[in-house]
Design a protein around this ligand. Structure first.
Ligand code: FAD
Length: 329
């Protein structure tokens, strides 16, 4: 890494004096990713308010400092050289608020068809998916049962259109609000978000700050039944005791990445402490006890090899679901 490209806290000028911004220099990204891999962020930034976020983004733009947004780091693979510039995280912006009940014909609902009416929920990007699910259940609202066992933040979930066989964010989202690098707040209606399988058109140059959802009223017993069935389904299929991002690759149309990897004979394939899980072939995981400790380069090498061998065996190019950021060391 060229030292001259590295941003230090003192490059941020008056931003470092703000009471509504927590800034940390040289923060290991391995603390902020479920893979527990990756080099340091030059500056790790946690705004406490939307104003603090706006000031951070405009201040960085004025100084030509790169900004990368991350959520709970459950779908991130950070390279060993770390991330230059500022990494912004919204975990302190995590409110979830319920509005008064609305009838079925009150306002445009995204894709929720709720004969009993739906209820508006505003949720900030830093709210965890687990807290959103728990709040909805407490209020007698369904629609987000699909989040059972899906870790992460609402911001990351929106960008990824996270989901399971029970549904995905697109099904319940009415609008998404984000801030661009010039500090402008932009609201996008559902149709403008471009949600699709594990992706959206939400621009990578913007930070999602909050979203408005419409959730149908639902009995807590029915919610619990779906949630426990999904959790059980996951328990039977998911590796435990390893650091991971869940599925590494997207399923290609009409097939499963796991099936293709397994039938290419790649379960158990390893590079150092990175291994194709013998339990679920689409989970390329990191063994926490392996010596020497796995590096991001081990997992990236394994990803390349799996892609290559699946292409050779099946003629299918697997697309990464996991987002790779940062520099090689
Ligand atoms: C054990 C396990 C199981 C999983 N199971 C599932 C599953 O069943 N279904 C599924 O869909 N996913 C699953 N995942 C993947 C992951 O949970 C989702 O992709 C999740 O939505 C990522 O959210 P995050 O906050 O961790 O985002 P991150 O991993 O931090 O980031 C993901 C992407 O979102 C962007 N981003 C994050 N926050 C913001 C923001 N505020 N504004 C703009 N961009 C942002 C990042 O730049 C990055 O491109 C699983 C992961 C694990 C570890």
């Amino acid at each position: 890494m060229k030292e001259s490209n590295k941003i230090r806290l003192d490059h941020l000028g008056e931003l470092a004096e703000r009471g509504d911004l927590t800034l940390v220099g040289d923060e290991p990204m391995s603390r902020h990713t479920t893979l527990r891999l990756g080099g340091p962020a030059d500056v790790w930034a946690e705004p406490h308010t939307v104003e603090g976020l706006v000031a951070l983004l405009t201040g960085c733009a004025a100084r030509s400092i790169a900004v990368t947004q991350v959520g709970a780091g459950t779908n991130l693979l950070v390279r060993d050289g770390g991330v230059r510039g500022v990494v912004v995280n919204l975990r302190r912006l995590n409110a979830v608020e319920r509005f008064s009940d609305l009838g079925p014909s009150d306002g445009p609902s995204a894709t929720v068809d709720a004969p009993g009416g739906s209820v508006r929920i505003d949720v900030q990007a830093g709210c965890s998916t687990g807290r959103l699910l728990a709040a909805a259940r407490r209020w007698g609202l369904g629609g987000v049962e699909f989040l059972a066992g899906v870790p992460g933040s609402v911001g990351g979930g929106m960008v990824m259109n996270a989901g399971t066989y029970l549904g995905e964010f697109t099904d319940v989202t009415q609008s998404v609000r984000s801030v661009d690098r010039q500090g402008r707040l932009i609201t996008r209606a559902h149709a403008e978000c471009g949600f699709r399988y594990r992706a959206s058109d939400l621009p990578s140059t913007e930070v999602v700050v909050d979203a408005t959802l419409r959730l149908p009223r639902r009995d807590a017993t029915a919610i619990d039944a779906d949630v426990s069935q999904l959790r059980q389904h996951r328990r039977q299929r998911e590796p435990t005791g390893v650091h991971n991002n869940g599925s590494t690759f997207k399923n290609p149309p009409g097939d499963y990445a796991g099936r293709l990897i397994e039938s290419a004979g790649l379960k158990g394939l390893r590079r150092g402490g990175a291994v194709v899980s013998p339990v679920h072939a689409n989970w390329l995981v990191v063994e926490p006890t392996h010596t020497p400790r796995a590096r991001a380069s081990d997992l990236l090498g394994l990803i390349d090899e799996v892609r290559h061998r699946v292409a050779e065996t099946h003629g299918v190019e697997l697309e990464l679901e996991v987002k790779v950021i940062g520099e090689s060391s």
